[in-house]
Design a protein around this ligand. Sequence first.
Ligand code: S6P
Ligand code: ZN
Length: 200
Amino acid sequence: MVQKINNKKSFSLKFDLLTGLSPGAISKKRLLSDMKGMYYDKDAYEKIVVEKDAVVYEFYDLNINPNPENLSFGTTILYPGKVGDEYYMTKGHFHDELNTAEIYYCLRGFGYLLMEDQQGRTEIQEFKPSISVYVPPGFAHRSINTSNDEPLITFFVYRADAGHDYKTIEEKGFRKLIIEKGGQPTIIDNPKWNIQKTRR
Ligand code: S6P
Ligand code: ZN
């Protein structure tokens, strides 16, 4: 949406249960080329991005006034696919306002929400239709689609002034990854996790 949403007025917005898309808002798209450095298999990434710069996911970032009393919400549509043996995923981020939580609700598909705090504690919750997930304050979060053929569609709600810190994850990555091994989603230690750099 181009205009700031007036938080003194109610409004409603449709999100399609099958596609996750909203006819009333404009989604932000992240292509493979926007994901440089996020996948651990650099060679597989370089190869696939040249072949076809596919859309990995799209999501809504409504223009809600960023005040602590307001909430922002929308859907994320994470398409199925892999880079090497690593499933399509969102970039993942901490909130700038670190102590703000978030709620996800899975509308369609299968996957995981990977979470990690600054002390290195990892939390992983499974996504399947009708499951809601609470992201505690202070945890970076990344969605991962483990289906071969179905989009992972989630609805999210968070404090409108939370802000997004992408830099930390771009520089360090998550400590854990979820990859396909023997046909199954498998949690591994991130071989590229960068212990040298600290947040902020
Ligand atoms: C916002 C919330 C989601 C993500 C979206 C895309 O706090 O967690 O809307 O923005 O799933 O992921 P990312 O990591 O690219 O923002
Ligand atoms: Zn978030």
